[in-house]
Design a protein around this ligand. Structure first.
Ligand code: ZN
Length: 264
């Protein structure tokens, strides 16, 4: 690939990443990817609302030096000013991931116009669930051959934001892992905890609104701490789980679909 002028796509002179002492060749971001990423942000900086496209840049969420790619999931459009805030750590990685999650779900912190899209919008009433389920489903996919209906979590639900969704799933798995030590394998009833969450929050865990994320997380964490194993671990001064921020920093969030070994 030709390297011209020593400048990368975002206009900053960093065609090489020096962070880790190694020189890593950047592959320029394909035009089609740039267009899609700019569209995702409606060409408005999602951090400050800057809409002057001449300041628009592209940020690799997982740095190229650390193996970050030019995939849609790894790129975010932002203004030059916010880009330097991100690289200097004034805007945290978890904030970047949170905002990326919103954008990927069709939401924008600084623009509330609906995006033109060809996904089907359908009203969804959550049956016995009252009020807490957002009433719009982003996409309804009906596979007639298999007679199965899959409904993507609505915009604004925990399931619509990858980092939040992965973290909650991580905690639920941790709870089951600990509970399994307490009860015999064969008497382990996985649906129970999901039902408890649903009963408490009025919706299936991934349909719970993002505003209730902290509350849900605190609830699951307290359930983990209350398991026999959780109490033992705690008494030994061991942590039962990572906090959301730590979880993000550990890079457990899979920005790509490549399978990874689970990290405690
Ligand atoms: Zn900005």
């Amino acid at each position: 690939m030709a390297v011209s002028g020593g400048r990368a796509d975002h206009g900053l002179p960093c065609i090489f990443d020096h962070d880790d002492g190694k020189h890593v060749m950047r592959k320029s971001i394909p035009a089609v990817t740039k267009r899609k990423i700019a569209q995702e942000s409606r060409s408005i900086c999602p951090f400050c609302g800057e809409d002057d496209v001449s300041t628009g840049q592209f940020h690799h969420i997982k740095p190229v030096a650390e193996g970050g790619t030019n995939s849609l999931k790894n790129l975010i459009y932002l203004c030059a000013n916010c880009h330097s805030k991100v690289t200097q750590g004034q805007i945290s990685q978890s904030e970047v991931l949170r905002v990326k999650g919103m954008l990927a779900a069709g939401e924008h912190p600084h623009s509330h116009n609906s995006v033109a899209s060809n996904v089907i919008h359908a009203d969804f009433t959550g049956g016995t669930n009252k009020g807490v389920v957002a009433n719009k489903v982003e996409k309804v996919e009906i596979k007639t051959t298999r007679k199965s209906v899959s409904i993507n979590p609505p915009v604004g639900a925990i399931g619509s934001s990858l980092p939040h969704k992965n973290y909650v799933k991580h905690l639920i798995d941790r709870y089951h892992e600990f509970k399994k030590i307490e009860v015999r394998q064969e008497s382990m009833k996985y649906p129970i905890f999901y039902q408890q969450i649903k009963k408490r929050h009025g919706a299936k865990w991934d349909m719970i609104p993002l505003q209730l994320f902290d509350e849900l997380v605190m609830y699951i964490q307290s359930k983990i701490d209350k398991t026999k194993h959780g109490r033992v671990q705690k008494s030994r001064g061991k942590k039962n789980y990572s906090e959301f921020e730590e979880y993000l920093e550990k890079g457990i969030i899979r920005l790509t679909k490549r399978p990874r070994a689970p990290i405690l």
